[in-house]
Every structure is written in structure tokens, then in C-alpha cells.
Design a protein around this ligand. Structure first.
Ligand code: CA
Length: 228
């Protein structure tokens, strides 16, 4: 165990959004699979979970190269992305997706023990981001979104920005992630990283990115914090 803070609570925890705060990944995956299919691009939910955090255009370009051996046109990228976005809204009924089971308990525990909670997301869904503190009773000290960074995950920039703004030492901060690229970003930023496997990937996808700890759900995370 390389956990430098196993015996005390951290001063700040940086939470990813999709798949950590919101149970939104099943909808994203379904929307991506359907949108790709419309253009003859075979894409699976597993691949979608593996690509979580990558830009939409990046994923489309890579898949188009692999399947058609050519560059995706901007028109194709725009069409797939808008189809996906519209389908996502349809699937969620235009509402904020439901929260991940027991994440509220984790946030409440940390907040009431004086631990700062931050959101670090690659999301550019402005409405969702603006509603975070309403949805979670004002627990968040700060939010880093797509609007705050030049390079998204798996680049470390989003997590480095949260750490800088927090003003704490790295050993007093930690990250809660669910996705391989997010874990990669957090570890590249030099932060202790707990992966909570809320999706459909095997744990090995998360340990491959050197998560310090992989837990099955938020109840296990709450227990872990309680025992810290
Ligand atoms: Ca995520």
C-alpha cells in the first residue's frame, strides 16, 4: 500500500463527475453506440467505457481510421456528435441523470468532517455543471470543467489545476475516479487515486492505469474514509 494518508482524512478530495457523481455512463454508452451505428461504425459499450473522458471527435476519428482507413470528415464528426447529444437528452428525458448510489453519503461525511470536495470533469455540459451545487447541497468548494483547461484528461492538467487552486500539498489531496483515462490523468498529476468501479469494465482496466486502490462501490469508499 502506497497510501501516504491511510491514517487520516485528506484535506481535499477531487471527484470526477460522470460515473462518480452521476449514473450517466449507461446513457452515454447507448447514445454513442447508436450514433456510430448510423454511420456504419461498429462500437460497443465496453469500448465506450474504455474511451470515457476522451473527446468525441477524437473517438470518432480513431474509429473511422480503424474501420474505413480514412480520416473522418468534419461533417461526419458533427453529425455523429449532434445525433449522440440529442439521443442522450432523449434517453435521460432531458433531466439530470440520477446520482450514483451512496455518493451523497460519501460527500456528506467528508463535508461534515471539514474535508473539501471538488469536482474535476471533462464535461462541457454547462447546465449540468452549474447545477452541481444545487444537486449536492452546496458541498463543493470548487469545480474544474472543460471550460477551465486547455488539455483534458488523460492529460494531468485538470487535476493539477484543482490541486493548485486548493492550495494544499499533494499528499493532502486525493482523487476519486471511475475511468481508465481519468485515473491516468490523476496519477500523472501525482495524486493518490481511488478508482470506484461503477461501470462494466473489469477491475484490471483500472489497475492497469495504476489506481492506488480499486473499490466496488461508494459504500466501500465511505467505509474506507470512515476507517482512515
Ligand atoms: Ca468518469
Amino acid at each position: 500500500m502506497t497510501n501516504p494518508i491511510i491514517n487520516k482524512l485528506p484535506k481535499a478530495v477531487f471527484f470526477d463527475q460522470d460515473g462518480v457523481l452521476f449514473d450517466s455512463m449507461p446513457y452515454h454508452a447507448e447514445a454513442w453506440v447508436q450514433a456510430m451505428k448510423k454511420h456504419g461504425l461498429p462500437y460497443t459499450a465496453i469500448e465506450c467505457y474504455r474511451n470515457e473522458g476522451r473527446t468525441g471527435s477524437g473517438v470518432i476519428r480513431e474509429l473511422c481510421q480503424r474501420v474505413y482507413n480514412k480520416d473522418a470528415s468534419q461533417e461526419m464528426i458533427d453529425d455523429i456528435y449532434s445525433y449522440k447529444s440529442n439521443l442522450f437528452v432523449q434517453l435521460t428525458g432531458g433531466k439530470v441523470p440520477q446520482t450514483i448510489a451512496n455518493i451523497r453519503d460519501v460527500l456528506t461525511f467528508l463535508h461534515s468532517n471539514g474535508v473539501q470536495c471538488w469536482v474535476v470533469t471533462g464535461s462541457g455540459q454547462r447546465n449540468l455543471i452549474n447545477s452541481l451545487n444545487d444537486t449536492f447541497n452546496g458541498v463543493f468548494t470548487g469545480i474544474i470543467s472543460a471550460f477551465d483547461v486547455t488539455h483534458g484528461k488523460p492529460d494531468p492538467e485538470p487535476y493539477l489545476k484543482a490541486w493548485e487552486r486548493s492550495g494544499f500539498a499533494k499528499e493532502d489531496c486525493m482523487v476519486v475516479e471511475n475511468a481508465p483515462l481519468g485515473i491516468h490523468a490523476a496519477k500523472a498529476a501525482g495524486l493518490f487515486t481511488i478508482a470506484v468501479n461503477t461501470g462494466i469494465l473489469p477491475d484490471s482496466d483500472l489497475t492497469a492505469e495504476h489506481a492506488d486502490l480499486v473499490l466496488p462501490n461508494m459504500s466501500a469508499l465511505l467505509d474506507w474514509f470512515r476507517n482512515a
